[in-house]
Design a protein around this ligand. Structure first.
Ligand code: NDP
Ligand code: 8X3
Length: 251
């Protein structure tokens, strides 16, 4: 059974819920953070007092900077930060994309993740132990039409994770980037298509995608390795997903 304290962002839906469940099942103390407090309260009621519902918008730089001073003492010494909160908005080509959508993705997926990491790393360094697991995406490595700013935010997450490893050399702090492909059963596509459920359902039609529990298991596995082992990157896809040829426009 784990004695870890885990801080999970984006814990009110999708991967985050399953990540919280996985670590709670292992006996960890888990801070479940997101904007939707009602959903977090329900999750905590289901999982018990080792789960702390914590209302947080990762774009709120002041609230993030105030961590971990605002956490109750028994949850304040975070051993594992899972930077999972994030979103894609829109699938329009760059010249038609909404700037507000780009800003929201950049502020959440990049700025939020970077600020959270900056807020919690000093405590990890002080205690001489810790692990940051970021949730990237295959979209950070493989471009696709309409992936413009979203994919670029996940490319940031990939390189930021590797650069953290370089900075944290000698500290014992571990860093992992988990990069999933197509995952069904979360709210990702509903958010991307602004609540259009049938458009969202079409993304997964006729496929057997990964599940949020598959991703949570990867996160848990990376965190459960012996302390001398650092898993740098995990890229996972469902069997039904692979690669395609480069496009060539012909006259
Ligand atoms: P969901 O939409 O199901 O969940 C997203 C979570 O992020 C919610 O809990 C939401 O909570 C939270 N969130 C969004 N914005 C903020 C914010 N500003 N502050 C705090 N929390 C926020 O998506 P998934 O679970 O599918 O995705 C989770 C992560 O995985 C994302 O980073 C996504 O980019 C990535 N990913 C998803 C894939 C997929 O196919 N589903 C594949 C690869 C990567 P609330 O609204 O309550 O704040
Ligand atoms: C989510 C996977 O392919 O929709 O990051 O960008 S994809």
């Amino acid at each position: 059974m784990s004695k870890k304290t885990v801080f999970v962002t984006g814990a009110s839906a999708g991967f985050g819920v399953e990540i919280v469940r996985r670590f709670a099942a292992d006996g960890a103390k888990v801070v479940a953070a997101a904007r939707s407090k009602d959903r977090l309260d329900k999750l905590a009621a289901e999982l018990g007092e080792n789960v702390l519902p914590f209302e947080l918008d990762v774009r709120d730089a002041d609230a993030v900077a105030a961590l971990p001073g605002t956490l109750p003492a028994e949850f304040a010494e975070v051993d594992l930060l899972v930077n999972n909160a994030g979103l894609a908005k829109g699938l329009e080509p760059a010249h038609r994309a909404k700037l507000d959508d780009w800003d929201q993705m950049i502020d959440t997926n990049i700025r939020g993740l970077a600020h959270l990491t900056r807020a919690l790393l000093p405590g990890m360094i002080e205690r001489g132990r810790g692990h940051v697991i970021n949730i990237g995406s295959v979209a950070g490595s493989y471009p696709y039409p309409g992936g413009n700013a979203y994919g670029a935010t996940k490319a940031f997450v990939h390189q930021f994770s590797l650069n953290l490893r370089a900075d944290l050399q000698g500290t014992g702090i571990r860093v992992t980037n988990v990069e999933p492909g197509l995952v069904g059963g979360t709210e990702f596509s509903v958010v991307r298509f602004e609540g259009d459920q049938s458009k969202a359902d079409n993304v997964y039609k006729g496929t057997t995608p990964l599940t949020a529990a598959d991703v949570a298991e990867s996160v848990f596995w990376a965190a459960s390795q012996p302390e001398h082992v650092n898993i740098n990157v995990i890229e996972l896809m469902p069997v039904v997903q692979s690669f395609s040829a480069l496009h060539i426009h012909r006259e």
